[in-house]
Design a protein around this ligand. Structure first.
Ligand SMILES: Nc1nc2c(c(=O)[nH]1)N[C@H]1C(S)=C(S)[C@@H](COP(=O)(O)OP(=O)(O)OC[C@H]3O[C@@H](n4cnc5c(=O)[nH]c(N)nc54)[C@H](O)[C@@H]3O)O[C@H]1N2
Ligand SMILES: Nc1nc2c(c(=O)[nH]1)N[C@H]1C(S)=C(S)[C@@H](COP(=O)(O)OP(=O)(O)OC[C@H]3O[C@@H](n4cnc5c(=O)[nH]c(N)nc54)[C@H](O)[C@@H]3O)O[C@H]1N2
Ligand SMILES: [Mo]
Length: 732
């Protein structure tokens, strides 16, 4: 239960947080020294940066993209950003930010978000009180923030607010992404995202000419300062892990074997390509897009354009059964050949998961796999061994890549310990395990399958992810419990918990500090900086070492939709944007055709959002097949306010129909006080909410909410806008 609840209309987080930024600045509640020394607020931006009526400079309407070079720093002769630590310069980030958010005053903000003014002011007052030394505040977020066409900028706004208040790098501070599943963090670390290699190394793109060679790629990707200057060591060690003896200095360590993508293969783009018939086959490893995907009705149709599809799952899902009558398909018309491989559950196998705090925690097998089911790792291993056997005598370009892969995890049964050791990395000349990524080399004498995890399996110890020592090692940290990347550090950017001279900002919140008597750094955590030097030594490493400038980004000139978060209405919105004449985020990708039908307020005046209930898990496969959970939440329902129910003549438990530009769903009305109409610009706006867990399979069945959601995504990540779209409601 929250102490204080301040509701907002879905899709208005930037006004909400932007207003708090303005409040902190106007009332002088910021941690000024932190802002001046540890962020880029003091940097001077070039005159070519402009902001007018919702657009930043450099916008190309035809491409729906910005020329970001116009947002660059003013630089000195040696290429360093020009700074003004007094923060007075009119083109300093600080002053530009102040001007930008002066438009986000309390009245404007609350007229957009629909939040009651007194509720909003209480939030501002409470949270901004953490700008004082000795206090900290944290922001936790999940899908309410990210599933928007401005999702990335929502999170950026949190970062700015936290930096203004000096809340990053301290205990109880930070911005904490609540990862959805036990291994969401791990999966991104290990390159489940289409455009990264393990450890957040960029995937080389064919469209960038420098990527033609490894040397060109390294020169382009490696900055001149900051920790990423080590990037060549990480990339070469990765190539050595994948191609082993087939990676030599002569063949650019196998760089040419890497696929060089030139397309956006995020979920939305992938299904667009499938819909257009550009993909021949697909593997669905534990995913159910016919229930979970945006505009799911169309995603189901897209699957029918595949020649073959392999689903690896615990159950037959709505997706692997997309061709069946029950799914509303005509099997005689569908040519896709579908294979279903039974996967075993997490309890039936061994492995690791990495949580939101970056702890890699090992888990052991509880029971043997049931029936013919197998662990995903075994399925992968068998598949790869078979593919290698098939290509063995071929010399096509595809065969070359496959043959080059160094697949050495056991002959018949896969040995997971060998996988762990390769992820950690070893010396390729001696076979000795490496103690940390500081020892990785770019000459082919080391390998590491994921540099950020290098050190979890050192030579002298054992797999540190298996540690279970629950002793508090100080400040409620448990350094001997599992392994936190990087280097078992628990609080990222912990250098920022002390002032530039190395003295903690406060006794209450001290993590790492410089002990003048002993002449060394000491504290409770693993330092996130070069701790061998005095704070006053020249060349002392900066608090945000992963960023080339060494300080945190109050201003982010690398994002697609602007260096400062700016409010745009969702793709589908009930009102014109009160902040500018740009209705929607000008940098999102738009698509034509069926997938992208957009609804407008004349037909669909009600805001809709989707979310989860405790009793069901995701697309429902894991819970709608369980009798007890199915009994707890057996039906698809829609939450509507008492006010809307009255207007539409709907009673609690009535069957209703919700429509959007994409389709319609039937559900039971749950008339509730949890939803209230918002007053937006003096007008009443209704909002409804619904779970997205239902489908036609399993015990508890119901219509799929995602038949309603738009196939549109964020300007940087393309995460779908599941949290704010337009609909209408009527009695069935
Ligand atoms: N029982 C159960 N637990 C789960 C899951 C599950 O399916 N079932 N799924 C897991 C996964 S993968 C994930 S990603 C997480 C997701 O965890 P959450 O993000 O917490 O889950 P949601 O219920 O999707 O959405 C959270 C809230 O966002 C609010 N919201 C809607 N629109 C907006 C908006 O514009 N701004 C803001 N600030 N809030 C808004 C909704 O009211 C909702 O309460 O949950 C994980 N945990
Ligand atoms: N409208 C709307 N849609 C949403 C969201 C929303 O908030 N609103 N949230 C989105 C989010 S955050 C997420 S994460 C996605 C999730 O979307 P999906 O990943 O498509 O949905 P899940 O139900 O998590 O699918 C997991 C599948 O994996 C299977 N499985 C379980 N364990 C294993 C295993 O060990 N191996 C294998 N091979 N399979 C296994 C399960 O049986 C299940 O069928 O949905 C998204 N969709
Ligand atoms: Mo998720």
């Amino acid at each position: 239960m929250a102490d204080h609840y301040a509701p907002l209309r879905s899709g208005t987080d930037i006004p909400f947080i932007g207003g708090m930024i303005n409040y902190a600045l106007e009332n002088n509640l910021i941690h000024k020294e932190y802002v001046a020394k540890y962020t880029n607020a003091s940097f001077i931006v070039k005159e070519s940066y402009k902001f007018e009526d919702g657009l930043f400079s450099g916008y190309d309407e035809a491409k729906r993209a910005y020329d970001k070079t116009l947002w660059a720093w003013e630089t000195t002769e040696d290429g360093k950003p020009v700074k003004d630590e007094t923060l007075e310069h009119p083109r300093s980030v600080f002053q530009l930010m102040k001007k930008h958010y002066s438009r986000y005053d309390v009245d404007t903000v609350t007229s957009v978000t629909g939040t009651a003014k007194e509720d909003y002011l209480k939030v501002c007052e409470m949270f901004c009180s953490t700008g004082k030394a000795g206090k900290s505040g944290t922001i936790m977020y999940a899908m309410g923030a990210t599933q928007h066409t401005v999702g990335t900028q929502n999170v950026r706004a949190y970062a700015m607010l936290q930096l203004l208040l000096g809340n990053i790098g301290l205990p109880g501070g930070g911005i904490n992404a609540m990862r959805g599943e036990s291994n969401v963090q791990g999966s991104t670390d290990f390159a489940l995202l289409y455009d990264t290699l393990p450890g957040y190394l960029n995937m080389p793109k064919a469209t960038v000419p420098e990527n033609a060679t490894l040397a060109g790629h390294l020169a382009k990707e490696t900055p001149k300062s900051g920790y990423w200057t080590n990037r060549p060591k990480f990339i070469v060690s990765l190539l050595k892990a994948w191609y082993g003896p087939n990676a030599t200095a002569e063949n650019e360590f196998g760089y040419q074997f890497l696929p060089k993508g030139n397309k956006n293969y995020s979920h939305i783009n992938l299904f667009n390509a499938m819909y257009k018939g550009e993909l021949e086959g697909a593997f669905l490893f534990g995913t159910n897009p016919v229930v979970g995907g945006p505009n799911a009705g169309k995603e189901k149709e897209a699957l029918a354009n595949l020649k073959w599809m392999v689903a690896v799952d615990l159950w037959e899902t709505e997706s692997s059964a997309f061709w069946q009558k029950g799914a509303g398909s005509d099997p005689s018309k569908i040519k896709t050949e579908v294979f279903l491989l039974p996967a075993c559950s997490s309890y039936e196998k061994e492995g690791s998961v990495s949580n939101s705090s970056r702890w890699m925690q090992y888990r052991w097998q509880a029971i043997k796999p049931l029936g013919e089911s197998k662990a995903d790792l075994e399925i992968m291993n068998e598949l790869m061994l078979k593919i290698k056997a098939l290509y063995k005598n071929e010399s096509t370009p595809a065969a070359k890549q496959v043959n080059a892969v160094y697949w050495n995890y056991g002959e018949k049964e896969v040995d997971i310990d060998l996988v762990c050791k390769e992820i950690n990395g070893y010396d390729t000349t001696t076979g000795k395990l490496i103690n940390g990524f500081g020892s990785l080399k770019d000459d082919g004498t080391t390998c590491s399958g994921n540099w950020i995890y290098c050190g979890f399996y050192p030579e002298e110890g054992k797999n540190l992810a298996q540690r279970r020592d629950n002793k508090d090692t100080g400040l409620s940290m448990y350094l001997n419990w599992s392994y936190a990347w990087p280097m078992n550090r628990r609080i990222l950017y912990n250098r920022a918990s002390a002032d530039p001279s190395g003295k903690p900002w406060s006794k209450e919140k001290q993590v790492i500090w410089y002990d003048e008597l002993q002449q060394k750094w000491t504290g409770y955590d693993v330092p996130d900086f070069v701790a061998t030097k005095k704070p006053t030594d020249p060349g002392f490493s900066d608090p945000f070492i992963m960023i080339a400038d060494g300080v945190a980004g109050m201003y982010a000139p690398t994002l697609n939709d602007g260096p400062f978060p700016e409010h745009y209405e969702p793709y589908e919105s009930p009102i014109p944007n009160p902040f500018s004449s740009q209705e929607i985020n000008p940098a999102i990708q738009l698509f034509d055709g069926d997938f992208n039908k957009r609804g407008f307020k004349a037909d669909y005046p009600i805001v809709a959002t989707t979310y989860r209930v405790s009793e069901h898990w995701q697309s429902g496969t894991m819970t709608r097949n369980q009798e007890w959970l199915s009994e707890l939440v057996p039906y698809m329902f829609v939450e509507i306010s008492e006010e809307l129910a009255k207007e539409k003549g709907i009673n609690n438990k009535d069957e209703i129909i919700v429509t959007s530009a994409r389709g319609e769903v039937k559900a039971y009305a749950m008339v509730t006080k949890r939803f209230k109409p918002h007053t937006v610009n003096g007008k009443k706006i209704h909002q409804i909410g619904m779970p997205w867990h239902f489908g036609y399979k399993g015990i508890a069945t119901g219509d799929t909410a995602n038949r309603l959601t738009p196939h549109i995504g964020d300007a940087n990540t393309t995460i779908p806008e599941y949290k704010a779209f337009l609909c209408d409601v009527r009695r069935a």
